[in-house]
Design a protein around this ligand. Sequence first.
Ligand SMILES: [Zn+2]
Length: 296
Amino acid sequence: MRLTPLDRCPLCSGPRLRLFRKGTVNPQALGSDDFKITDSRYGSRWTFSACRDCSFVFANPMPDAEAIAGFYAGLEDDEYSREEEGRGRNFALILERLARHAPPGALLLDVGAASGIFLNLARHSGYRVAGIEPSAALVADAERLYGLKLFHGTAGQFVSRERFQIVTLLDVLEHVTDPHAFLGGLDRFLAPGAVLAVVTPDVDSLAARLVGGRWWHYRTAHVTFFNRRTLDRLLRAHGYEVVERARFAWNFSLHYLWTRLLPLRGGKSLQEWLKRIHLKLHLFDSWEVYARKSQG
Ligand SMILES: [Zn+2]
């Protein structure tokens, strides 16, 4: 994989960078499995720089976006679809807040739609929905599980005559190697005054600081990290005004958490039982932000 050393911050172009965290990833030994949403090998990370001017955190050298896209194309993630109940609860909360800014009936585009759990709920809430997903296997899951026809590819490849009143980026920004190019690229399919919903890990959160290098958001698929300031900065640069901001707490089954904290021992019945118990993790180590595009 090609890696590009960066001597300027990809967010503010500032030249004053410092080492933020040393990496553990071996770029020559990567496969699609390393990019799974449900990857449990926490602490797997690129070497990160932090910008002394704006505090943005980014992989440096930066892995090649096209190579990453290739890994997503071959990605299969059965476990993700099986976590439907827990993820569904998270997404229901997002839909409640979203309705305050763009009521049902609006045309919604989910970028990085995975197996369509969120889009299926959004459709049941009355939104008209479309989705983009680079993994062929997840696109097939979305059709099989929910009859959803997602666009197979990246946001950069997406073409649509529709203009969307809502674009959702749920755990997507941290996967993107060039956030300015990515956000700017969304402009071509936004309706005037569109609402952007963003969920992304907060690298300044207490959990991130306490857990350090083993923070669960350190994973091969994550190449940038935002905090409140850098997320605001990115959104403002693209003409968005933040209209609501929440600390996000993910819901997971006990089984999901357990297998991520310790290797799970015990029989199948124990595992099935754990899968039925859902916990709301009040870690609040992600931001959930709603921002409206200026009409100017
Ligand atoms: Zn910067």
